[in-house]
Design a protein around this ligand. Structure first.
Ligand code: QAP
Ligand code: CO
Length: 169
């Protein structure tokens, strides 16, 4: 297992569109383990492969209090089940330190493949619905800051760029 570096906004690699996984083999399972380890290490609840510069359609998540319920979604597809929007204050490991309200459909149907290569479907509400939609956006090169005003997004970009320069010394 290995902890990977997490790309941060405005890194252009976060804009890459991920490719479908065509076979769930040991290499993919090893990647799932690395992603979970990276997510737990960073204190996140969800991570898309895009965020570690791997451009395959894979998402990992753990929404449990105890951080002992890892979930994986390979080639996830999401269909909204309501017109109704729900506001949630989102954050992102790729936008550290910033949290802003985003409106998304409240309920959705998730179709994905599990770590044994078996397809599954699940209806999602609440945090799971928010998280899967946020993570699927990553696989399509989209970030939650894209839903904000240009002014808010630019302010976040400038602060992170400054922080990146500081870190680089
Ligand atoms: C996406 O986000 C998400 O800024 C997952 O300093 C967020 O795991 C889905 C994190 C909200 C649904 C609701 C962010 C950790 C983690 C930070 C995360 C930070 C440390 C974000
Ligand atoms: Co994110």
């Amino acid at each position: 297992m290995a902890i990977h570096e997490i790309l941060e906004f405005p890194d252009p690699r976060l804009r890459t569109i991920a490719k479908s996984v065509d076979e769930v083999n040991d290499e993919v399972r090893s990647l799932l383990d690395d992603m979970l380890e990276t997510m737990y290490d960073a204190g996140g609840i969800g991570l898309a492969a895009t965020q570690i510069n791997v451009h395959q359609r894979i998402v990992v998540m753990d929404l449990s209090e105890e951080r002992n319920e890892p979930r994986v979604f390979i080639n996830p597809e999401v269909t909204p089940l309501t017109e109704e929007g729900h506001t949630y204050q989102e954050g992102c490991l790729s936008v550290p330190g910033f949290y802003e309200d985003v409106i998304r459909p409240e309920r959705c149907l998730i179709k994905a493949t599990d770590r044994d290569g078996k397809p599954f479907e699940e209806q999602a509400t609440g945090l799971l619905a928010v998280c899967i939609q946020h993570e699927l956006d990553h696989l399509n090169g989209k970030l939650f800051v894209d839903y904000l005003s240009n002014m808010k997004r630019d302010r976040i970009r400038k602060k992170l760029e400054k922080e990146h320069k500081r870190r680089a010394g």
